[in-house]
Ligand binder design. Structure first.
Ligand SMILES: Nc1ncnc2c1ncn2[C@@H]1O[C@H](COP(=O)(O)OP(=O)(O)OP(=O)(O)O)[C@@H](O)[C@H]1O
Ligand SMILES: [Mg+2]
Length: 421
């Protein structure tokens, strides 16, 4: 494969020069030009057809970097990586919504820049294989998201199932569902289950389980590439009452910034080599590590509530998911905090996404809050509560979806290996 051809779009000549210098020593990246405003950028994209456009978000002139990104991704289906001094998640979200495939916060190091370009471009290439143009132009509303069978990585000893729980809206119950599902799944399948707290800046799974392990996902990240089995096991703390493992979120909030897509991928691969089910709790961002947790999943559980703001955000998420590698077919929706008296009716929410809910978890603030404050998941302490029963049913549903996937996978493998005699 030839070098990745990069166009730099920034109105500061110093910044352009700096980026050029940083990229100078990357053997697989070639800077093919620069532009100081959006119009110049359009002309250069049209004539040079770069592989990656590095775009300054605060471009001066008629169009800013966001508008330019939208135009470039729609007109030429080119991979855009946004550069910005803004760290706020809203900017990242907005960039991804408008078509960017990567986001770099200034100032960045040469390694960060090179890694980001490689990750975004490889994401772009896999999208191209599945029809990028279509993915960019499809609008979520009229599309059916009914999930076929999720793909599954080749199994060795462990089942290697990765269940990523995501919602673009905070506070709608991802962590509560993750913890209780993990325990239910462990009971249901008697397999090893590990919770991975990938809510890197504000993870609280350890609080929900009343645990205080001294190692975290950050230790795994630091050891990537040279981790021995004992070190992987050492990063997992086990919850006494349930036997579920926990890899807690980093102790320092800065660690999130160090988690590249590659680091998250490597950590999840290492863990899934040793444990049957990983349940990955996420944050609401479209950061590289979150997108990777979605792409690596065998099953993506997207949590909604009956509120219009959550539903709208999930609509946007589906548009973004279209641009990720194989994520949409793995999505199953969960409706949490279901209340038959209040909120938008559950069947209307389901109809909005053309998908049935994999589970409907009832509202029970008393049980949920008490469990959280005590650090004892309600599945252990409130065995007969409807909310517990709903989680158990969800775990059965999850195991069934994943078994179906495994069955389909082996059927495909059999079919590919030629006619049976
Ligand atoms: N089914 C439910 N009924 C009532 N309350 C619930 C339910 N599920 C979650 N909650 C409550 O909602 C609040 C948020 O839950 P949780 O922390 O699990 O959400 P989250 O999506 O992980 O949030 P964050 O964005 O902070 O990561 C908590 O107070 C929790 O007790
Ligand atoms: Mg949470």
């Amino acid at each position: 494969m030839g070098a990745i051809r990069v166009l730099i779009v920034d109105d500061s000549p110093d910044m352009v020069q700096n980026v050029q210098k940083l990229l100078h020593f990357a053997p697989d990246i070639q800077v093919i030009g620069a532009a100081g405003n959006a119009e110049e950028a359009f002309a250069r994209v049209a004539s040079f057809r770069p592989d990656v456009v590095l775009m300054d978000i605060n471009l001066r002139g008629r169009f800013d970097g966001l508008q330019a990104t939208q135009f470039i991704t729609q007109r030429w289906q080119t991979c855009v990586v946004m550069m910005s001094v803004q760290r706020e998640p809203e900017y990242i979200t907005r960039s991804m919504e408008l078509g960017a495939l990567g986001y770099l916060t200034k100032p960045f190091t040469g390694d960060e820049l090179v890694n980001k370009i490689r990750t975004a471009y490889s994401r772009f290439m896999s999208l191209k294989r599945v029809g990028y143009e279509e993915a960019l132009q499809e609008v979520s509303q009229n599309r059916s998201y009914a999930s076929p069978v999720p793909p599954q990585p080749a199994a060795s000893q462990s089942l290697r199932q990765i269940i990523t729980i995501y919602s673009p809206k905070g506070g709608c119950g991802r962590s509560t569902l993750a913890v209780n599902l993990a325990i239910a799944l462990r009971r249901e399948t008697n397999r090893s289950v590990v919770l991975v707290d990938a809510s890197l800046a504000a993870g609280d799974l350890h609080v929900l389980l009343n645990m205080n392990p001294s190692s975290s996902i950050e230790d795994l990240r630091q050891g990537v590439g040279s981790l021995e089995y004992d070190q992987v096991r050492g990063a997992v703390a086990f919850h006494e009452d349930s036997g579920v493992g926990l890899v807690r979120a980093p102790m320092s909030i800065d660690a999130a910034a160090r988690f590249t897509a590659e680091a998250m991928k490597a950590v999840l691969v290492e863990l899934s080599d040793h444990f049957d089910y990983l349940i990955v709790d996420t944050d609401t961002t479209y950061s590289d590590y979150t997108l990777t947790a979605l792409e690596m999943a065998t099953l993506v559980m997207v949590v909604t509530t009956q509120e219009v703001t959550t539903i709208n955000r999930i609509g946007q998420f589906f548009e973004i998911a279209e641009r990720l590698d194989g994520v949409v077919p793995k999505i199953h929706l969960i409706c949490n905090r279901v209340d038959p008296m209040y909120g938008i009716k559950v069947h209307h929410v389901a109809a909005r996404f053309n998908q049935k809910f994999l589970a409907e978890i009832p509202e029970d603030a008393r049980v949920a809050a008490a469990a959280l404050n005590r650090g004892v998941p309600f599945i252990l302490s409130q065995k007969n509560a409807p909310i517990t029963k709903a989680i158990e049913k969800m775990a059965t549903g999850v195991a069934k979806v994943l078994n179906t996937a495994a069955g389909a996978e082996s059927r495909v493998t059999r079919n590919l290996s030629g006619p049976r005699s």
